[in-house]
Ligand binder design. Structure first.
Ligand code: BGC
Length: 764
């Protein structure tokens, strides 16, 4: 559809106050259908005749605004009366808040000063067949709303006593309509209500609310107050070591709400902003608060859940819960790094490493596709370069692993959902990223020499310190390797799409670059010269060494030296357990997962985490916050471990040879520290499920379900030789240790052989 309406805005600057736009009209004939199309430069909330229109929170969502802007469509038939009043309140949102990326961007001021505005049309179809369109134009008026301030990072200030008295004529203004697109991803909505667990006084005497769970969204509170009473609340995600309120790690984000009460009992929540929080500091609040007065409203993209895992270990189950919360909290129209500090950006690296886990847990196709379309648009004016964050918000730098999201995410989408249209849609983006690297690389490895984040936040940098962010794995190695990897993905995508010429070209490029890496970083006999866990994991994953036995020995030696503790960062961690399992070191993978000491996933759980931390040492053992400058408690990147839990703990392993999961591999691995594990995965082809349970150290029972029109191959762990026949009787014939399963329900119990006392090397 094409908008006939005009962009409108306030006739004067409102100094931060959120304006409300208003239009009244009469509808005298009988209405068959009425639809509102609406968008904004900013975020909006619309009401028709006093009723909220739709359920979208923070509409119109977040895109690369100068290139793409979503509009929403609402069925408003039931809200229409004879006398109608439509109001639209406008906040700064992502469009006009001071996004961190703007800091050095030359057009920063211009961006923040650009006008907010709205564009909308009401389309009415009458019973008599006639039609009417009421669009935004000069006939609308605007006034100040009770929201005196609203912005993404600093929060919201609402004066409930405020009454709009002055209504002024709006100004029409010119802004592109070519950038308009219909809503692409799922709507952002209020999803869950988390009740407050307690209200308590800290040792410093502060009144603090604890929701027991970190969420993204806002608080809704009910108070009995006098007109003019003031409420001032700050948000935080942890208490400090003394159990006092803390939020210095939000950096410059004020994350506060101020509310001026009206008379009597009232319920309020912010409308045009959001926070990441578990705790509230009631800095000013009428009377002594009680938990019943507070509801945490979790707000995130309305995406269907597809995956679940449960185990016999409560701590592990808490980790699983933390990872899923991390996903929901950071899936607010854009996959973000974190939801609380002065960042909350679409960091490409974080999105990339977490994407397989996200794809098991939720039906993320539309969500990521929207993100990738924005990425492609940003690239289109940057010569193929993928900015660190998408939407770019003015950031123009690129780095390996982060920018490689342009190739890795669409490829993962294809593998998980089996729909090659995403490769078609993104092929130019994928290819232009690799071409961009080729250009920077020149004939002297230029790509290696720009700044790269590398194995970000790894623990192996010899220069330690709370604010250390760089790992020890040579960034030049990682950069060159990911160049080869991305070129290889472009070649595979070209193969799927039947683009033979490109397939050959990028395959050749990929092979050349792998060879360059091998020549530079490996001895003639295959010894990797970078002695870090991450480098050796990459070596095994991409078969870079001639001598994989040697690489495994090198890796095990490193783990012995680190007392079987991981040291990996953003590059190594997502690979860690998958590579260990694929290379016969499954016991070590389990040991790393189940380790409760620093550093490890359960260390965080033991310290009370309800989402996944940014750093392995975000909190020290005594609860001290390790550093301020780069320390969030809700960064999903290390939640990428759940991919391995799906593949090899519970054991629903999607296969590259079968995109879209028409066939999966059931590949559970057992560990005596767990008595059972179970998973469900509602794939693009149907619902797979599995459960294994150890009744004692000798016996396991495994149940598996294969959906209609699908097949599975089961690779079962530790089947004693004497049991093979009995197992085959239930599961059908075996080929090279694989049982081929048709659709149906299977249950098999057998005797185990091959437990090995805990060593780093597993028998399988
Ligand atoms: C973000 C990360 C991101 C990183 C880049 C941080 O500020 O929060 O998660 O990937 O910068 O290295």
């Amino acid at each position: 559809m094409e908008f006939q309406a005009k962009w409108i805005r306030t006739s004067e600057e409102t100094g931060g106050v959120c304006p409300v736009f208003r239009k009244g009209w009469k509808t005298e004939r009988k209405v068959e259908r009425a639809t509102l199309y609406l968008t904004a430069l900013g975020v909006y909330e619309a009401h028709l005749n006093g009723k909220r229109v739709g359920k979208y929170v923070l509409a119109p969502g977040w895109t690369a605004y100068d290139k793409r802007l979503q509009y929403q469509e609402y069925d408003i038939t039931d809200l229409l009366r004879e006398e109608n009043e439509l109001t639209v309140t406008l906040g700064k949102g992502w469009f006009r808040s001071p996004m961190p990326g703007w800091e050095d961007a030359p057009d920063k001021l211009q961006r923040m000063d650009r006008p907010g505005g709205i564009l909308g049309e009401v389309h009415i179809v009458y019973m008599d067949g006639s039609e009417e369109v009421i669009g935004t134009d000069q006939s609308w008026t605007w006034g100040e709303s009770g929201i005196r301030f609203s912005e993404i990072y600093d929060g919201e200030f609402c004066d409930d006593t405020f009454v709009t008295k002055e209504w002024n004529t709006v100004k029409e203004f010119a802004w592109s309509k070519e950038i308009l697109i219909p809503q692409e991803g799922e709507e952002i909505r209020e999803q869950e209500v988390v009740t407050a667990k307690s209200v308590f006084r800290t040792p410093a005497g502060e009144m603090v609310v604890d929701f027991g769970q970190e969420i993204t969204g806002y608080v809704e509170f009910t108070v009995d107050a006098h007109a003019g009473d003031r409420i001032h609340i700050l948000h935080g995600e942890v208490l400090d070591a003394e159990r006092n309120f803390y939020n210095a790690n939000y950096r410059s984000a004020k994350a506060e709400i101020t509310y001026i009460c009206s008379e009597g009992t009232q319920t309020w929540h912010p409308a045009l902003t959001f926070f990441g929080f578990r705790y509230l500091l009631l800095d000013e609040f009428p009377g002594e608060a009680t938990p019943e007065q507070f509801r945490g409203i979790a707000v995130y993209s309305d995406i269907r859940r597809t995956g679940e895992i449960q185990t016999s270990d409560p701590a592990l189950n808490q980790l699983i819960s933390n990872i899923f919360w991390g996903q929901r909290d950071n899936f607010l129209d854009v996959p973000t790094d974190c939801p609380q500090r002065d960042e909350r950006m679409g960091w490409t690296g974080d999105a990339q490493v977490f994407s397989p886990t996200a794809m098991y847990l939720e039906d993320t196709y539309a969500f990521y596709a929207k993100y990738l379309y924005d990425m492609a648009k940003e690239q289109s004016v940057l010569g193929g370069k993928v900015p660190y964050v998408v939407p770019s918000c003015g950031v123009e730098d690129a780095a390996c692993v982060w920018g490689d999201a342009a190739c890795i995410i669409p490829w993962n989408l294809y593998l998980f959902y089996g729909d090659k249209s995403i490769l078609e849609d993104q092929f130019v983006s994928m290819k232009s990223w690799v071409d961009y690297i080729t250009k920077v690389d020149g004939d002297n490895h230029g790509w290696r020499y720009i700044f790269h984040f590398g194995d970000w936040l790894a623990l192996d940098n010899p220069v330690q310190g709370a604010e250390q962010v760089m790992g020890a794995t040579d960034e030049e190695f990682i950069a060159n390797l990911y160049y080869a990897i991305s070129a290889g993905i472009v070649a595979k995508a070209a193969g799927v799409l039947g683009y033979r010429e490109e397939q050959e070209k990028y395959q050749k490029l990929s092979e050349e670059q792998f060879a360059v890496v091998q020549e530079e970083y490996y001895s003639a006999t295959g010894r990797c010269c970078i002695k870090t866990q991450t480098a050796l994991l990459l070596t095994l994953k991409y078969h870079l060494s001639k001598n994989e036995e040697l690489t495994k020995r090198q890796l095990l030696k490193l783990f012995e030296q680190s007392n079987h503790k991981l040291k990996t960062g953003f590059v190594g961690t997502p690979l860690l357990n998958n590579v260990l399992t694929d290379n016969g070191m499954n016991d070590l993978a389990y040991e790393l997962l189940l380790n409760e000491e620093f550093p490890g996933w359960l260390y965080e759980v033991k310290l009370g985490a309800t989402t996944v931390w940014e750093r392995w040492n975000s909190l020290l053992t005594d609860g001290t916050i390790s550093g301020i400058s780069m320390n969030s408690m809700n960064h999903y990147a290390y939640g990428s471990i759940q991919e391995w839990m799906f593949r090899h703990v519970a054991g629903i392993n999607t296969m590259e040879s079968h995109p879209g999961a028409r066939t999966v591999q059931f590949a559970p691995t057992l560990n005596w520290d767990l008595r059972y594990a179970e998973a469900k995965y509602d794939s693009a082809s149907g619902m797979y499920s599995i459960r294994w349970e150890l009744s004692d150290k000798e016996h396991v029972t495994i149940t598996m379900d294969v959906p209609f029109d699908c097949t599975a191959e089961a690779v079962l762990p530790m089947v004693a030789k004497s049991e093979k026949e009995a197992v085959a009787e239930v599961l059908g014939s075996e080929e090279n240790g694989r049982y081929l399963l048709e659709p149906g329900h299977y249950e098999v119990s057998y005797q185990l052989s091959g437990w090995k006392e805990k060593t780093a090397v597993c028998v399988e």
